[in-house]
Design a protein around this ligand. Structure first.
Ligand code: C5P
Length: 294
């Protein structure tokens, strides 16, 4: 059914783990990662309008054609004749923190415009457009807990890792994704061993938080560049986090707790001078704006 206006939540993600396998001829890197949708979210309001526009309630977010929301909309205008929309973005996901806020906004824009203009594009077509916009965008079309391969666009859904209490440390320092990949100095000859989706499915079924293979290849470069943030990671561990690790290419560090009350106490303890955000893992179904379209 087509709508004249839609309000949609746009959830953030963490990466439970991330291995960078090799550099490809197209300049991207093949990787292996485990994506996880979390409850922290932006909200987007889409309204049919005579002209396309984007407004955001926080400063420092580009509202021109460089914003991934407008890139996603432009693809569906050009290829499928979607009409103009006025978009209002209420931003809660920290920017430049490896939480995928811009990518998530782009994915929900594809879903919203598909719905509002009754384009009837299936998930695989939207997935191709999503991958053109950015490596992390396809994940947000389905969400939940998923294995990611290729440059992040090859996805396999895993059983939901549901209701895990998280504490995010969100530093002021930001990390550019391209810089982080380049710093690893991978070549086409490298071939880092990957576990594959089957192996991670088993890990999720056994209890992911206890899995000794959870690691992030960006940590070496990141903590060498920002040693004081290694202290923040250590504080998360000392506060009772079962896992404390960099998310994506940074700069957010997540702590995962078995007990929400331990996480809550840690949030109070770490809040000064660090910026911390309490959040939870959510299921693929909860992350979907239009589950019936899936
Ligand atoms: O796809 P996205 O725009 O998020 O990527 C930003 C940059 O990060 C790319 O231009 C590339 O330099 C690097 N990247 C990479 N391998 C990936 C994803 C990103 O080298 N799998």
């Amino acid at each position: 059914m087509a709508n004249d206006s839609l309000t949609i939540r746009s959830f953030a993600k963490i990466n439970w783990m991330l291995r960078v396998l090799r550099k490809r001829r197209d300049g991207f890197h093949d990787l292996e990662t485990l994506f996880q949708t979390i409850s922290l979210h932006d909200t987007l309001l889409f309204e049919k309008a005579s002209e396309t526009s984007l407004a955001c309630d926080v400063d420092g977010i580009p509202t021109d054609g460089s914003n991934l929301v407008l890139k996603a909309h432009a693809i569906l205008v050009k290829r499928h004749g979607a009409g103009p929309v006025a978009v209002r973005l209420s931003k809660k996901i920290p920017v430049g923190g490896g939480l995928g806020g811009g990518s998530s906004n782009a994915a929900v824009t594809l879903l919203a415009i598909n719905r509002m203009f009754d384009l009837r594009l299936d998930v695989s077509t939207l997935g191709q457009y999503a991958a053109e916009i950015g490596s992390d965008v396809p994940f947000f079309l389905t969400g939940g807990t998923a294995w990611g391969g290729g440059r992040g666009e090859i996805l396999e859904s895993l059983p939901d890792v549901e209701g895990v209490s998280l504490l995010l440390v969100v530093p002021e320092e930001t990390m550019m994704t391209g810089e982080a990949f380049a710093a690893l100095g991978r070549t086409g000859e490298d071939d880092v061993w990957a576990t594959g989706p089957g192996g991670w499915r088993g890990a999720v079924e056994r209890g992911l938080l206890g899995d000794a293979r959870l690691a992030n290849d960006f940590e070496g470069y990141f903590f060498a560049k920002f040693p004081h943030l290694d202290d923040a990671r250590r504080k998360l561990r000392e506060s009772g986090a079962v896992v404390a690790m960099l998310s994506g290419s940074g700069s957010t560090i997540y702590g995962a707790y078995e007990d929400a009350s331990v996480r809550d106490a840690a949030a109070v303890e770490l809040a000064a001078p660090l910026r911390v955000v309490k959040t939870e893992t959510i299921t693929a179904a909860t992350s979907q704006p239009f589950p019936e379209d899936g």
